[in-house]
Design a protein around this ligand. Structure first.
Ligand code: SF4
Ligand code: ZN
Ligand code: ZN
Length: 300
């Protein structure tokens, strides 16, 4: 099969692109998400895990910004890695993101859960059967806290089209319509609530495309999966959903249809959000989930 643009050998057969035109297609999809006036002169923090998606995101975003492909200037761009204290993968992945930071020349910040709070995901996993839920709360909280306290306007996440698809199906099946309607590829900053904005630059790109982009561009990424991933519902459900949604176009059409439907559903404001009495970050109860996890971890 040949590239539909230049006629060279196609490396991405699904859409018919050679390696050069595949990279151009990937970067255009990322640039389309970021080329919005809301990002003009803003400080961006890229959340990196060492995995293929966030590594592809960091490389593509840094390239787009350094080559001045947006219609405006970005104030600042840095990356953040959270070492969660997972014996089999955290230090390994930290080395990967260090290599990535050198390759892209993007400043890397590192938070270490054990050093900061004297807890680790390994230790927490001994106390809870739902380690992924606690881990997700910890990551979300620390990303927002770091961004808020260091003057970043937006946190950029490596969530891709397959993640969006899982999220949409999962919320429909569980009748979490409010959750579904509130999710978006761009969530603006809410200074009053101490919430940094959130962006998903890979919103229109699949997992397979992130992997191919990393391989073509020799981007360092980790092949070490998290040992707790077997317990992760998202991982198992995603492999099932790929049977029904077996092409990028089907996935994209489904998400676009969901987004059209969202417009007809009124978004209720969360008026019960208040500052956590321990840390001051937003919560719907007295003490936020993160502070409760830390408290529980300290109990014997
Ligand atoms: Fe955290 Fe679970 Fe992901 Fe491992 S698989 S990094 S424990 S959310
Ligand atoms: Zn080509
Ligand atoms: Zn708190």
């Amino acid at each position: 099969m040949r590239c539909r643009i230049c006629g060279k050998k196609a490396v991405y057969k699904e859409l018919g692109f050679c390696s050069e035109h595949f990279s151009a297609y990937f970067e255009k999809n990322v640039a389309d998400v970021l080329n919005k006036p809301i990002f003009k002169d803003k400080a961006l923090l890229l959340a990196v895990s060492g995995g293929k998606d966030s590594s592809a995101m960091l490389y593509a975003v840094s390239k787009i910004i350094s080559e001045e492909r947006l219609d405006f200037r970005i104030k600042r761009i840095e990356a953040l890695y959270i070492n969660l204290g997972i014996k089999d993968s955290s230090s390994y992945n930290e080395n990967i993101v260090k290599q990535l930071s050198e390759k892209t020349r993007i400043k890397l910040n590192i938070l270490n859960l054990e050093e900061l709070y004297n807890i680790s995901i390994d230790a927490l996993s001994q106390k809870t059967g739902k380690i992924c839920s606690s881990c997700a709360v910890i990551k979300r909280y620390l990303l927002n806290k770091f961004a808020y306290e260091n003057g970043f306007d937006f946190v950029l996440m490596g969530h891709n089209l397959d993640d969006e698809l899982f999220f949409a199906i999962h919320n429909l099946v569980n009748r979490n319509i409010e959750f579904l309607v509130r999710s978006s590829k761009i969530l603006p900053k809410d200074e009053e609530k101490r919430l940094a904005g959130r962006v998903k630059p890979l919103y229109y790109l699949t997992e397979k495309e992130s992997m191919l982009y990393c391989i073509i561009n020799k981007i360092p990424f980790s092949d070490k999966g998290c040992p707790y991933a077997v317990k992760n519902l998202q991982m198992t459900e995603k492999s099932k959903q790929s049977v029904l949604f077996d092409s990028r176009n089907k996935k994209l059409s489904f998400i676009k249809s969901i987004n059209k439907l969202k417009k007809f559903y009124p978004i209720k404001q969360e008026d019960n959000v208040k500052p956590c009495i321990k840390c001051g970050f937003p919560t719907t109860s007295e003490i936020c989930k993160f502070c409760r996890i830390i408290e529980k971890a300290k109990e014997n």
